[in-house]
Design a protein around this ligand. Structure first.
Ligand SMILES: [Zn+2]
Length: 470
């Protein structure tokens, strides 16, 4: 069984940086415009602790069931690298924000708690942009607050690593302390297999990437063992594009960093007021919401789980369920909408951006209502949803124009019957396995309905009608 532990860095969504007033919004900014003497590491500049970063750290610690450390201290971690102009990173070391928490993940058929050893705050370094023959530095990111979450080596497969990252990400989103942008969450993994040395894999930037990186690394270590050699204690870099890990510089020992307390920052005392305020900032979390969905809306556990896996989706579902029967809404959202979005590689967010969130809720409600009221058939509902997504038109407009009402459906069915009656030989061909015979039949229906029935719909209707004869 492989042994896997993760160290996750998540950027906190504060307005300003961890130790200065510069904006944390570096995504659209010109390079080096959100900087000052503190985050550029000028000699003599004094850091001032950002209280909302600490508040966010406390909320995460509480949500993960950690024990809050009452007296916290920042340290200097010394190392030289161009993205770190003052040659040390300010980070919490012996006295972090929280210790001893856990996250429950799906493991095989059951669930298992993965221990969270510690949660601590630190500053992000700057960003190096490598070009063909030079490297450029952007310090807009320098000093952005990071929360590092370190797990116990409790995971046993790449899937579990992926599941952990997904759960953590959802929890951070629910807490409102994290903006799920590219690069806002990065992870390093420690991996070893039976009797082998521990290898650290750096530069994992997504939960999908994590699964790939872990799978590659485990296979590599197993192959080495088979050939009679053994993985050495080292740090490797994961290349997202090729999906392989490559050796990096040898790992610094902890002593190489010469940690010592940051003399310009005072001891932080977390009093009852701060802890209380943070506790109030912890909303209903994914597992609690899942439980409530089952009780309040009577949806299946599988639906409840899927719906609460993303905060955005859970909010959307609740808005729809307010207007229509909740169970019907749950099955349509999970079984139809998510599938069609996924097929188009469209996220819920992107769909909202296109048509507006309110409209999206309205349209989804409309489709479920029409289905429930028996105004359209299941087949037409799928057709409507596809047009709604592809063409950005309202369900009512699609139904009207295509004549997809029940009467329209009756017409369509009648049309299909007629074609079957008139072209029995072709039908037999199709039934005996000649797939292309279906094209002819579909063409007949489309022509007869003067295009009112789409080829896709006609084909679905034939499938349904001829299913029993096959
Ligand atoms: Zn600054």
């Amino acid at each position: 069984m492989p042994v896997i532990g993760l160290e996750v860095h998540a950027q906190l969504r504060t307005d300003s940086k961890l130790f200065c007033g510069c904006s944390t919004d570096y995504h659209d900014a010109e390079p080096n415009t959100h900087t000052c003497e503190v985050c550029l590491g000028m000699p003599g500049a004094l850091p001032v602790m950002n209280e909302s970063a600490l508040d966010f750290g406390l909320r995460v610690s509480l949500a993960l069931g950690c024990e809050v450390v009452e007296e916290q201290l920042f340290y200097r971690k010394n190392y030289f690298y161009p993205d770190l102009p003052k040659n040390f990173q300010i980070t919490q070391y012996e006295f972090p924000v929280g210790v001893d928490g856990s996250i429950t993940i799906q493991a095989g058929d059951g669930e298992r708690a993965v221990g969270v050893r510690r949660v601590h705050l630190e500053e992000d370094p700057g960003r190096i942009v490598h070009m063909r023959n030079r490297s450029l530095l952007d310090y807009n990111r320098s000093g952005v607050p990071l929360l590092e979450i370190v797990t116990e080596p409790d995971m046993e497969s790449p899937e579990e690593g992926r599941e952990f990252l997904q759960r953590l990400r959802t929890t951070l989103e629910y807490l409102g302390v994290f903006e799920p942008l590219d690069g806002a969450m990065r992870a390093d993994a420690n991996v070893s297999i039976e009797g082998g040395s521990r290898v650290e894999v750096k530069n994992i930037s997504s939960h999908r990437g994590a699964e790939r990186a872990l799978r590659y690394e485990i296979t590599r270590q197993r192959n080495m063992l088979k050939r009679g050699s053994e993985a050495v204690l080292e740090t490797r870099h994961f290349d997202e594009e090729t999906g392989v890990t490559r050796p990096m510089r040898t790992k610094e020992e902890e002593a190489d960093y010469r940690y010592f307390p940051e003399p310009n920052l005072p001891l932080i005392r977390v009093d009852e007021g701060m802890a209380g305020a943070a506790a109030e900032g912890v909303p209903e979390l994914p597992d609690q919401r899942r439980e409530r969905f089952r009780e309040e809306y009577g949806v299946t556990d599988e639906h409840a789980k899927r719906l609460t896996a993303e905060k955005e989706l859970a909010d959307f579902y609740e808005d729809v369920a307010e207007a229509v029967e909740p169970r019907a809404a749950a099955s349509h959202v999970v079984d139809e909408l998510l599938g069609e979005l996924n097929y188009r590689e469209l996220s819920l967010d992107e769909w909202f951006e296109g048509v507006g969130r309110e409209t999206a809720v309205e349209w989804e409600t409309e489709i479920v209502e029409m289905l429930r009221g028996g105004e359209i058939t299941d087949v037409s509902a799928t057709d409507v949803l596809r047009d709604v997504l592809d063409e950005g038109r309202s369900p009512a407009a699609v139904v009207d124009e295509k004549g997809l009402t029940m009467e329209g459906a009756d017409e369509a069915l009648k049309c299909v019957e007629e074609v079957i009656g008139e072209h029995r030989e072709t039908v037999e061909d199709y039934l005996s396995g000649k797939e292309e015979a279906l094209n002819f039949l579909v063409g007949q229906v489309v022509r007869r309905s003067r295009g009112k029935i789409s080829p896709r719909e006609a084909s679905d209707l034939f499938d349904e009608r001829l299913e029993e004869e096959k």
